[in-house]
Design a protein around this ligand. Structure first.
Ligand SMILES: NC(=O)c1ccc[n+]([C@@H]2O[C@H](COP(=O)([O-])OP(=O)(O)OC[C@H]3O[C@@H](n4cnc5c(N)ncnc54)[C@H](OP(=O)(O)O)[C@@H]3O)[C@@H](O)[C@H]2O)c1
Length: 249
């Protein structure tokens, strides 16, 4: 099995890389931080997988496409692509930072489309492949201080739903992953209490298991999944009352 992880240098992507380093033949690890990629080469030197790394910025349209194309040429077949690149910063409703909105959308959503512009034609040609995308519970509905991040995650969810039926026709599996709070650089920015906060290692275990079962949706932890699923279908006036209460807004 050959796996490619985008955003493998830190956090959830990094923990997934560790898990898959013993479970596949070729493991391609991508991200912008050169020192981290070099460290991963060292860390996984004795693992089963051959590790290939490359500096990749998903917002650099042509460079990203070129690098992905040439990496794919190095391995005969690609079985799984996991998109973990992401950016989050809490925002303020009355002090809109346009740069933050653009950056968040560029990394979380447009970057994904850029990657898919290379990966989907390849999977279509292969008539196989598994595209897994890390979105967030924040994509299920609007949350205070998440007006830049939430819409980017909702866009990811909608995109994967939009392409799923066509992908099915070519035996391409799709998975959308919606974690709750996971310890990483992103959650370090939060000053509020994060219920059911879990380690990236635990999150990676849940994701690996879900992807093995080829689940379309991997949403966790269970209590947060139940809460967000209920919130999603509630009338909006009740939704806002509950969200105000639980976020202490
Ligand atoms: N932590 C949570 O509680 C949580 C909850 C729900 C969803 N998520 C989602 O999970 C994913 C991983 O987040 P994380 O918490 O593990 O955060 P993280 O530790 O900050 O990891 C983010 C990853 O994205 C990469 N990245 C950022 N900008 C990039 C760019 N322009 N091009 C390529 N790669 C880029 C980073 O690598 P470089 O900096 O080296 O490029 C890093 O490997 C994100 O999509 C996030 O939204 C996280």
């Amino acid at each position: 099995m050959n796996i490619l992880i985008i955003g493998a240098t830190f956090g959830i992507g990094n923990a997934l890389a560790e898990k898959y380093s013993d479970q596949c033949e070729n493991l391609v690890l991508l991200g912008r931080t050169e020192a981290r990629l070099a460290q991963l080469q060292k860390d996984f030197a004795n693992k089963k997988a051959r590790i290939l790394t490359e500096i990749l910025d998903v917002t650099q349209e042509e460079d990203c496409q070129k690098k992905l194309t040439s990496l794919i040429e190095k391995i005969s077949k690609l079985d799984k692509v996991i998109y973990c690149s992401g950016y989050y910063e809490p925002d303020k409703t009355f002090e809109i930072n346009l740069k933050l909105f653009k950056k968040t959308m560029d990394i979380n959503f447009i970057g994904l489309i850029n990657v898919c512009s290379v990966i989907l034609p390849l999977f279509q040609k292969q008539r196989s492949g598994h595209l897994a995308v890390v979105s967030s519970l924040a994509g299920f509905g609007g949350l205070p201080n998440s007006s830049s991040y939430g819409p980017s995650k909702a866009a990811m969810m909608n995109y994967i739903e939009s392409i799923k039926i066509d992908c099915d026709k070519f035996n391409i599996k799709t998975s959308i992953i919606n974690p709750g709070f996971v310890k990483s650089r992103l959650t370090e920015k939060n000053t509020f209490d994060m219920p059911f906060l879990m380690s990236a290692d635990k999150a990676a275990d849940i994701i690996v298991d879900g992807l093995k079962k080829e689940k379309y949706e991997i949403t966790f932890p269970l209590p947060m999944k139940i809460l967000f699923k209920i919130l999603r279908i509630l009338p909006r006036n009740i939704y806002f009352k509950i969200v105000k209460l639980i976020t202490k807004s």
